[in-house]
Design a protein around this ligand. Structure first.
Ligand code: MG
Length: 216
């Protein structure tokens, strides 16, 4: 059973639902089109690695990218909720990395195939401890910053999300039920790039926390 920490408690994780293409500048840097509906994919709980852990890049890729993202922990079942109701279903927030095998993903995209082999591998979801939702004043006003080997790679703000956290929960809950212990990743700002063996990644989101991992 894979668990996450919330205010000192250990919570079993269900599914990890991820949102792609939610920041305009990141859509531009990858040459993608702006989606008219949220781009949704999933990672299994086996993808989680806690802060202090090690990322293992699969041998079938030569281009693993970092994507810093605000993670949301669902605390109460959400099914067909409105954006106005959505945040009442949030238990906490954390710092996440949506690690992506960009070379593998590009092949899958070209062929119109699912992304899981590029997105859902073991250790593809480094995740910090969660802070209780009540400690975060406004999830749409948080600076996100990723530093690799001492160099700033990503420096964005959740105010630049195209769909807010509340809108994303509502949209996802129209397709499937979100349960207590599910995690939602809300997309990455611009600045994604390659990580290599030996790299040290330090991710931080203001009011939320920090996450440090190294690449094997
Ligand atoms: Mg992402």
């Amino acid at each position: 059973m894979h668990t996450v920490e919330l205010g000192g408690r250990s919570i079993p994780v269900g599914k990890i639902v991820c949102i792609g293409r939610n920041y305009a500048e990141h859509i531009k840097e990858l040459g993608n089109k702006t989606p008219d509906k949220p781009v949704i994919f999933m990672k299994p709980a086996t993808a989680i690695v806690a802060s202090g852990g090690t990322i293992i890049i699969p041998a079938y890729s030569n281009d693993c990218h970092h994507e810093i993202e605000l993670a949301v922990l669902i605390g109460k079942e959400a099914r067909g909720v409105t954006p106005e109701e959505a945040l009442a279903h949030v238990a906490g927030y954390a710092v996440a990395l949506d690690l992506t095998l960009r070379d593998v993903q590009n092949v899958q995209k070209e062929k119109g195939l699912p992304w899981e082999i590029a997105k859902a591998f073991d250790t593809s979801c480094p995740l910090s401890a969660f802070v209780p939702a009540a400690e975060v004043a406004d999830p749409q006003s948080l600076q996100l910053r990723l530093v690799v080997n001492g160099q700033v790679r990503q420096d964005g703000n959740t105010r630049d999300m195209m769909r807010t956290t509340a809108q994303l929960i509502a949209a996802v809950s129209a397709y499937f039920t979100l349960e207590e212990g599910d995690v939602l990743l809300t997309g990455t700002p611009a600045g994604v790039g390659r990580i290599c063996s030996g790299d040290r990644l330090e991710a931080a989101i203001e009011q939320v926390g920090t996450l440090t991992v190294t690449v094997a």
